[in-house]
Design a protein around this ligand. Sequence first.
Ligand code: C2O
Ligand code: CU
Length: 686
Amino acid sequence: MLLNADMQAAALNVLVWGVAAVCAGRRPVERTARRGRARAVTLLTLLGLGTLLVLGRITTVVLMGRESLLFVIDRLAVALPSLVLPALAALVCTVPRLLAWARRPSLETRTAAFSPTAVVPVQVTAVGAFVGLWTALVTILAPPLLGPALLIHSAVVLLAALAWFWQTRRWLAARSGPRTRRSVPVRALRAVAAVAAVAVAGTGLANLAAASSRLPASMSMAPPGATAGGHHGGGESVTAAVGTTSVTELTGPRDERPDRRFTLVAKEKTIRLASGRTVRAWAFNGQVPGPDLRMRQGELVEVTVRNELRGANVAVHWHGVDVPNAEDGVPGVTQNAVRPGGTHVYRFRPDESGTHWYHSHQQTSVQQMRGLFGALIIDPPKPRPADHDWFLAMHSWDTEDTEDADSVPALGLADRLERRRAAPGSRVRLRLLNSDRLTHEFSLTGTSFRVTALDGNAVHGPTPVSGQKLALGAGARYDVEFVMPDRPVRLTEVQDFVGARDRGLLISADGRGEVTPDIPSRVFDPTTYGTPAPTPFGPESRFSRTQSTVFDNEIGFYDGRFRITWTVNGKAFPDIPHLTVREGDLVRLRFANRSHFDHPMHLHGHHVLVLSRNGRPVTGSPVWLDTVNVRVGEVWEVAFRADNPGIWMDHCHIGDHAVLGMMTHLSYENVTTPYRVGRETGNRTE
Ligand code: C2O
Ligand code: CU
């Protein structure tokens, strides 16, 4: 809301100050006192309105700043000074002259109102207002701000000087008598020429911007500076330069005998949702979601992925499992994508447990949504027993049904109410995954429950929850447990409640019965849930580095097209600098979401510990996550230990956002990769 108000204030400032600048700059030819007064009053009204709007923008910036300084630091450095200072000058210099003209219209007061002192402040305020809108919408600035701020302010000062010079000439000309007006045809011609010139220049600039925004057909994902002989396109045999490690060396155990073997075959398959709708899915082993990969903590796991898709490459990422870098399944960073007919073998030994998942990381936004994902569940050495242990993936499917305008939401393949049986007294564990694009909210009606794990990480001392809904960002997992009561229980996705009325999961002794779903307004807050427990580091630790990032949406050209892009500190992939760390570093990340959408930020290869959310430290159980859903207007502070060398993606798990810019990387010093991404490489991570 605040952001919208701020944008509106910025836009209205441009409008009002723009009109005022045009009015003020028009040569006064008013012959009668009445006309002169009318013009002065109009201008004064515009300036009054403009002043209110400046105050409005100051207010929105102050209110945003009260949420977090991260939200406004760019505005404090650029947008506000370039608006407020000239507006003050207009109040001091322009307004008195206009007042004099309005009170005593005469040649003298009229001339004074056209002097550079009166006109230029209004023009410069219009420029400042434009800068304020541009930097909120098109070119978002982020620290370090000194350079851009100096550049922009100098440009404005230069423009002001030019305006002064120009206005002085016009003023002197006006004083030396009435201008001889040119004939109508000449004026019309000049106007047409001017419009044409602006149009040509505008199209030229737009074309240039579009062309220069094209993503390279092939580019290295090695952090700048780290060089492996990778410039000839990645082959696995490329060895790193002296003193550097190639990701190809950072593999899981290669020689030992695996404890568990899985094979995943990716192939097209038409599947049927519960309602009968059909989906042209991409499936692992003919199943959607793919087969559950279930293993025990500490086991050596080997997964062979075979690609039988027609014309699409594939690579599989083990989301939430901190595998060695070469096993991470990111095409163009940790491997080359598997071409049709090819195979790739992944090996890792998870030393953690919990509900995780796997999905294709090649063209993730498409392949994962088409069905190339599944559960990866790691049992701890002593698993807590449950009578029913159900994995439920919230997904939405693009069906072949032409009546479905949007994709159809479903729990797994159940796009209508699914019924399952559980005897009263039995222990039920729901492993909820959000494999969809949006944040989804769920309610569980008919019983209280405990949230026993977040992103597969056990919650310490979970207490019974009721009257709260669970909000899962894209990629997130919540384990929910309860003892089955002697009446039915219902899980419902409540976000889109109208549509969800006839969807969800109903559990009862005989699979029958009805429950009216609750729609709690309170959202379960993991940062105040459970009881504290020791953590290896915390808010008071000394951090080797801290990185603050602000998420925005910007408008402009991206990969040759005019789009809304999703930016990290004003930059989109591949321009976002890697976060570079050294092994052993303790790293703190701050995420501030100033955009109009949630951003579930997923860091590969590491778990992050939440330090605070919206400035409030975690008071309950430690919250360990691999995907931090930074909702609109939120600020999160998280930390992690850099203990898994490699080059790791850190990206928004909403595929459509990743495609349009929201992909960054965490790189360890001296780690490099021979692989490349881009149209020509066959490797497409987004
Ligand atoms: Cu679940 Cu980079 O992805
Ligand atoms: Cu996002």
